[in-house]
Design a protein around this ligand. Sequence first.
Ligand code: FES
Length: 65
Amino acid sequence: MQITGTENGPYLVETGGRVSIDGETKEMPRLALCRCGASDNKPFCSGAHKAAGFEAPAVTIEIEG
Ligand code: FES
């Protein structure tokens, strides 16, 4: 699995299809998770990082195993 932290933006997770969130299954091939703390739709990115002036470098995390 790979998690990508976009420059000045959210973490992107490629799920490949459906995910279960608090027991509810949804079709979400890609998740954008907030890493700035400003989203009004946590844990998802709402785009608020832009107005918040969030700055962070891009990062790629590979999860092995
Ligand atoms: S990263 Fe987009 S709202 Fe936080």
